[in-house]
Design a protein around this ligand. Structure first.
Ligand code: NDP
Length: 247
């Protein structure tokens, strides 16, 4: 049976849990050979690889802290060594810190920017020599870049707004090579990053038109579309999947 991504390979940062795990699983189910990175949860990464492999897919996991460009370079080189090219880069790894603006240590700001902004920038640079024409770069931003419902998110929101700008800039820089670059902005999605109950969960749920959190698989479906041939003319775009949070 021919699958849509049979001849493709993908590098998914932060693929061990949450949205990244769902994206890796979906791309592998569509036929891609997938390499996932993680930072601190090797057992979770192993479980994702085992599940993909058990389902007949191709996947491996590597530790690569997205805050460290050398580790991202090593991950890109390893993915290329394994698959001979990298057709798809999904910059998913991200951290969500929070707290009062005037109490936010600059070290926390720097770490957030290093993982959420410099990481995708460095990963794209590392992957580029291995990326053929018709390559795809997908950044996972956040709807908070467009609408910030609470205080206490200054570093995180700054990082995701920067990622949206970077997406437009890289789309211009890489368009002549036939590579598209897009930004997927999830709304509230049920993962370890988000509260599973309590006041914030209730407020976020009520703020969506659909009155529910989304699932990681619903974000993975949008990514699967963006890497498909149908999305060949979409680049520099921010696509929001937020259950109507910004409606
Ligand atoms: P999770 O916290 O559930 O998972 C984060 C993933 O990223 C894990 O695999 C984690 O691996 C990895 N990761 C974290 N830090 C690093 C690092 N320094 N280097 C490499 N990998 C790292 O997050 P989500 O799945 O919820 O979020 C994924 C992306 O989606 C993020 O960019 C987030 O900002 C964005 N997003 C999420 C929303 C939500 O509601 N969940 C809403 C909007 C955007 P490990 O455990 O090994 O550290």
């Amino acid at each position: 049976m021919t699958l849509p991504l049979d001849t493709k390979s993908a590098l998914v940062t932060g693929g061990s849990r949450g949205i990244g795990a769902a994206i890796a699983t979906r791309l592998a189910a569509d036929g891609a050979g997938v390499v996932i990175t993680y930072n601190s949860s090797p057992s979770a990464a192993d479980r994702v690889v085992e599940a993909i492999t058990a389902a007949g897919g191709r996947a491996t996991a590597l530790r690569a802290d997205s805050a460290d460009p050398a580790q991202l370079q090593a991950a890109a080189d390893a993915a290329n060594a394994e698959h001979g090219k990298i057709d798809i880069l999904v910059n998913n790894a991200g951290i969500g810190t929070g707290g009062p603006f005037d109490k936010t240590p600059l070290e926390e700001f720097d770490r957030t920017m290093a993982v959420n902004v410099r990481g995708p920038f460095a990963a794209a640079q590392a992957v580029l020599p291995h990326m053929p024409e018709h390559g795809r770069i997908i950044n996972i931003g956040s709807v908070f870049a467009d609408r910030t419902p609470f205080g206490g998110l200054s570093a995180y929101v700054t990082s995701k707004a920067a990622l949206a700008g970077m997406t437009r800039a890289l789309a211009r820089d890489l368009g002549a090579r036939g590579i598209t670059v897009n930004n997927v902005q999830p709304g509230p999605i049920s993962t370890d990053l988000t509260p599973s109950d309590g006041e914030v969960h209730a407020v976020m749920t009520a703020a969506t038109a659909l009155r529910r959190f989304g699932t990681p698989e619903e974000i993975a479906g949008l990514v699967a579309y963006l890497v498909s041939p149908e999305a060949a003319y979409i680049t520099g775009a921010t696509l929001t999947a937020d259950g109507g949070f910004t409606a």
